[in-house]
Design a protein around this ligand. Structure first.
Ligand code: CMC
Length: 378
């Protein structure tokens, strides 16, 4: 392979053909299966959107009813998984707990029949149904409490907030959370999706696929940025300090969390919707002093870095929404994962339809033909 073809991080290299989502980074457009994200955020639900992503079409009324029903009744996790999770250290990061629990599902549902549509559907249902239960269970168990069983009367988003907070959520809060899941459900090729596809291409089981994607999502340059946004707003402290903070970052070439994107060179359309959702929550439940800092920070970043195409990304306002919903900061990325399971599964299914194992090459840059020095001489 010639050195000219080499791009660190595979930047700009197409690694797959996909019909799942489309992004126009210059215009700030995102579509799932050809439908604009704004329409889905306004009119769809997370589970309907998941169905669309995975099977390529919006479900009929009866298909949606059956899908929602199956997910509702697969939310419980086996007591052995709960017991295993009880042994996790409470100081561990919830993303690590989620990665381990997702991988553990493979121990319980180990049959691998990747050419059987029923197996595929069951795996989709199990993963979408059980991942939120595992995130909520770890949250309660690390506080020393028993996990709360899913509530069959509540829909997907409301049930998650119920399992997390041990009480039924407000209707607006549940609706906003459901829209957040829709916004995070899929985003074409990116590090965690690629990770899922590489793992899928070996024809391993879907639980290993999701576990590897969860591990990749956790890093601060990917899903982990939403946590760091809140830490950054805390550190800035007040709107008056935002300018000095940005100038210091620009001078010292430090990344400002929640800004910049490999594809979007304008404001991320999901950030616009999330900002609107945050404002709806503030109107009902009262404001957040961090929002004032965020607004000023965004204004200054646009002024200083807008000409380089650096604008707010999805992670900038999502943390403010989750804060208002009473969700602890270190659960932000696991929540991103709950949503992104839909996109990962869509790519898993698409990968299986025309699978070829990912097996890139490398340019060797090490030494050759060295002498071996015996241990006694070193
Ligand atoms: N703050 C300040 N400068 C930035 C930022 C930022 N957030 N992002 C990019 N730049 C500058 C960077 O310093 C570089 O400047 P120069 O050309 O003078 O050296 C230029 O823009 C290009 O940066 P890059 O890192 O080569 O661009 P990239 O396409 O590799 O970066 C990114 C994309 C998301 C990794 C990066 O913007 C970043 O680290 N942002 C902060 C972390 C963040 O918010 N991540 C969430 C991403 S969106 C959700 C997701 O994908 O999971």
């Amino acid at each position: 392979m010639s050195v000219e073809l080499y791009r660190p991080g595979l930047e700009g290299i197409p690694a797959a053909k996909s019909s799942i989502s489309f992004i126009d980074g210059k215009q700030g457009l995102l579509e799932y299966r050809g439908i604009r994200i704004e329409k889905l955020a306004e009119q769809s639900s997370f589970l309907e959107t998941s169905y669309l992503l995975i099977w390529g079409e919006l479900p009929s009324q009866s298909e949606l009813r059956a899908f929602e029903h199956d997910i509702r009744y697969h939310r419980r996790i086996k007591y052995r998984i709960r017991d295993m999770m009880k042994c996790f250290p409470e100081s561990g990061h919830p993303m690590d707990a989620l990665q381990a629990s997702a991988a553990a599902l493979g121990l319980f549902y180990s049959r691998r029949a990747l050419d059987d549509p029923t197996y595929i559907r069951n795996a989709v249902v199990r993963l979408l149904a059980k991942i939120p239960t595992m995130v909520a269970a770890f949250q309660l168990m690390r506080k020393g409490n028993d996990p709360v069983q899913p509530c069959d009367d509540l829909d997907y988003a409301a049930n998650f907030l119920y399992m997390l907070n041990e009480r039924e959520p407000d209707e607006l809060a549940a609706h906003v959370f459901d829209v957040c899941l829709t916004l995070h459900a899929e985003h074409s090729m990116n590090a965690s999706t690629f990770s899922a596809m590489v793992t899928a291409s070996t024809l391993t089981d879907p639980y290993a696929v999701i576990a590897s994607a969860v591990g990749t999502l956790g890093g601060p340059l990917h899903g982990g940025a939403n946590e760091e946004v809140i830490e950054m707003l805390e550190q800035i402290g007040s709107p008056e300090n935002a300018e000095a903070y940005v100038d210091d970052c620009v001078k010292n070439k430090k990344k400002i969390m929640g800004f910049g994107h490999r594809v979007y060179k304008v404001k991320d359309p999901r950030a616009t919707i999330l900002q609107d959702l945050a404002e709806k929550l503030f109107a009902k439940f009262g404001g957040d002093r961090y929002y004032e800092i965020a607004l000023e920070l965004e204004r200054i970043v646009e002024d200083r870095l807008g000409s380089k195409g650096i604008y707010a990304n999805v992670d900038f306002y999502s943390g403010l929404v989750y804060r208002k919903l009473g969700i602890p900061t270190d659960l932000f990325t696991p929540i991103f994962a709950i949503a992104r399971v839909a996109g990962w599964l869509a790519h898993w299914k698409e990968q299986l339809e025309e699978n070829r194992i990912f097996r890139p090459t490398q340019i060797y840059s090490g030494q050759r033909d060295r002498a071996y020095t015996p241990l006694s001489e070193r």
